[in-house]
Structure formats: C-alpha cells, structure tokens
Design a protein around this ligand. Structure first.
Ligand SMILES: Cc1ncc(COP(=O)(O)O)c(C=O)c1O
Length: 388
C-alpha cells in the first residue's frame, strides 16, 4: 500500500475549520429549534431567545450594547453595509460626498467605495500608507473635511498581516464627528476589541475566520450612527438588514467568537512563537526572500513574503502538490495573475508583487508542520525560478 502523503493546511486567514464545540452548540437549531424568529408561537420565541442571547454575548465581548449588533451574511456584507449604508445616509442627511479609505483595504471595502464613486458620484480619497501598509493617524487628521462621509481603515491586514493604530484614528474621527469604520474580519480572530476604548463607530466581523460557520457575520453600528439598509424587507435587525435569521449560524458565530476571545492570549502566544520561527526560517533559508507587512505589529498567525524572480501562483501549485495549502496575497485573488493592489500600495514593483506567498497559522499548527514546510520551500522556490 502506498503511504498517504500528509497534508498541512497553512491558509487559516482564508478560512478555518469549525470548532467541534461550536458545531455541537449549533446542532439543535437545525431540526429541533427551527422556528422563524419572527413567529409569535413557542417555536419562534425559542429561536428569538437564542438570537438575542447571541447578540448579548457578542456585544459583551467588544464592549458594545446588544442593540448595536447587526447580523449579516459575513464580512463582505458587513463591509458593504458599513460603507454604502453610511455613505448614503450621510449624503441624505448632511450632503457629504467624500470617502477617505486606505488603499490596503479588502476588496469588500475597496469595491464598495469604488461603486459609490463610479455609479453614485462619491469622491474617494486614498490615505497614504508606509512600506508596512500602516496608516499614519496624522495623515487622517489632515484629510478630514466637513463633507467627509466616512473613514475606513482595516484593523489587521489580510494580505500582509499589519495591524493599524485603530484607536488613534478612531479618536481623531470622533473629535470631528465623522463616522469611522474598521474591517476587523482578520483582527477579531486574534486581538481583543473594545469599540469604546478604540472609538470605533462601525466594525465588521466574519465568523469563518475564527472557527465558526461560513456565511454569517456582524456589523457593529454605534448608537447615533445612521445607515441606510442595503437589504430591505421585513423589520429584522432594527430595520437595518431584512431577512429571516439564520439561527444556527448566529448561535455558532457567538460561541466561536466567545471561545476565540476567551482563549485569545494562549492561542496568540503559541502562534506568535511558531510564526516567528517560520519568518526567521524563510528569510534565512530562501535567497531573495522579503517579509511583507510589519515585522512585529502584525497578526500573530500571519507570515507573508515576496520572492525575487518567482511566480507566486506557480509556487502555490508546487506547494499544493507537495501537500501544503498556502495562499498568494488575498484568497479572493488566488489564480489571478495581476499583482495584488495591496502589495503595489506598499511600494513593491509589479514583478516582485507577483512573487507573493501568504502562510497563515491556526490553533492546530505545530512546530513540526513548519519544519516540514521549511524543508521543502527553498528547493521549490529554486525550481520556480528555473522555470521563469
Ligand atoms: C479583511 C477581510 N475583510 C473581509 C473579508 C470578507 O469576509 P467574508 O469571507 O466573511 O465575506 C475577508 C475575507 O477574507 C477579510 O480577510
């Protein structure tokens, strides 16, 4: 019998496996407590009680009020609702037309802003970022205008792992009364979040990045911030997001987030050690390798590189054949030969940006996994170079 080759998953920023404890908590809500949360009878009441408990749990974890939590279909919808919802409301209420966003946002933010600009005539201004992809808060301060509808800066970057100084940017926006959104889809899996301390007005979360189900997320909207709904219909979610609640997924999201936030310190300490071993190993063993993103102010599970003279997608395929699942830049872009916008925004040449590799760790990643990875990477990079 041929021995089965071990497969090692190193793409936890793209998605995570569900936590068994989360699956167990969700199960009764598929076939036993299945009522529509809007129904008045006992079946509806039971579903509604579960949803309201989930809302309370999530609110408590980020220092929000339960009424400030809106359930969505995931990070992408949360970002869309935040950007478009606020832009349209601020235009209607105050005539605001100016969007201030970083150029290293996830496409869910970038494309939402671009649609607002191309179809609805909003003006987009991109904040400068340094070579690590960080936004300097003082650059935000000088660009805030009376007609600024919204500022959006990503919390923890999905492609390069860099963490932004969200609290300072939030404080500046708050002082001028301008709504501040942050995409915390990656950060929520690894960092404590306090929307009061960090002066956040809107915050996006997606459950499948922290061992919860796919297709469910949260948008936190601070009381007093007006948004127009993007999905209209019934009065769900305080009239801000219509549609029958997905009770099992909402219950699963809350439990996954609770477990993640409770186990954060321990998970982060383990992953940081392994991540740093990985980064050191790659930079030492692979010639022409460069780390992308900040060396220390980065997500604890995140390592990302560019390799000179390498096609990132070819390298990804070779790694896959060798049994390693990684990513090149954002998961949404894998397979597209265009260089990542994020890597260009931090000043890399298009050629170098095409040689990117993202390796992201999870709670199950071991030192041995990383040693195996380091055992094959240098020769695969050389093989890739020989093909160019
Ligand atoms: C930073 C960031 N924002 C938004 C999203 C989209 O989230 P979802 O997959 O839940 O739609 C992702 C997913 O990769 C992400 O990393």
């Amino acid at each position: 019998m041929m021995e089965q080759k071990k497969r090692i998953y190193l793409d936890y920023a793209a998605s995570t496996p569900m936590d068994e404890r989360v699956i167990q908590i969700m199960l009764p809500y598929f076939a036993q407590i299945f009522g529509n949360s809007s129904s008045v009878h006992f079946g509806g009441q039971a579903a509604e009680a579960a949803i309201e408990q989930a809302r309370k749990t999530i609110a408590g974890l980020i220092n929000a009020d339960p009424e400030e939590i809106i359930f969505t279909s995931g990070g992408t919808e949360s970002d869309n609702l935040a950007i478009k919802g606020v832009a349209f409301a601020r235009r209607r209420d105050k005539g605001c037309n100016h969007l201030l966003i970083s150029p290293v946002e996830h496409p869910a933010v970038l494309q939402s802003a671009r649609q607002l600009s191309e179809v609805f005539g909003f003006e987009i201004e991109y904040l400068p970022v340094d070579s690590f992809g960080r936004v300097d808060p003082s650059e935000v301060a000088v660009r805030l205008r009376p007609d600024t509808a919204l500022v959006s800066v990503i919390y923890g970057n999905n492609e390069i792992g860099t963490i932004n100084d969200i609290a300072s940017i939030g404080n500046l926006c708050r002082a001028k009364g301008i709504p501040f959104h942050t995409d915390a889809v990656q950060a929520a899996a690894h960092l404590p979040i306090d929307v009061v301390r960090e002066s956040i007005d809107l915050l996006s979360i997606g459950s499948h990045k922290f061992y919860g189900p796919k297709g469910v997320g949260v948008l936190y909207v601070r009381k007093g911030i007006h948004i127009l709904p993007m999905i209209t219909g019934g009065a769900h979610e305080n009239n801000l997001r219509a549609g029958t609640h997905n009770t099992p997924y909402i219950v699963g999201l809350a439990e996954a987030f609770r477990l993640t936030q409770t186990e954060l310190a321990q998970r982060s300490a383990c992953m940081t050690l392994i991540r740093d071993m990985l980064i050191k190993g790659v930079l030492e063993k692979v010639s022409g390798a460069h780390l992308t993103g900040h060396p220390s102010e980065r997500l604890p599970n995140h390592a990302s590189f560019v390799f000179e003279g390498v096609d990132g997608n070819t390298l990804l395929m070779m790694l896959d054949v060798a049994g390693f699942a990684c990513s090149s830049g954002s998961a949404c872009k894998s397979g597209t030969p265009k260089p990542s916008e994020v890597l260009l925004a931090i000043g890399l040449s298009p050629g170098l940006a095409l040689g990117s590799l993202r390796v992201t760790l999870g709670v199950d990643t071991s030192e041995e996994d990383i040693q195996s990875f380091l055992g094959v990477l240098p020769s695969l990079v050389e093989k890739c170079r020989s093909l160019c």
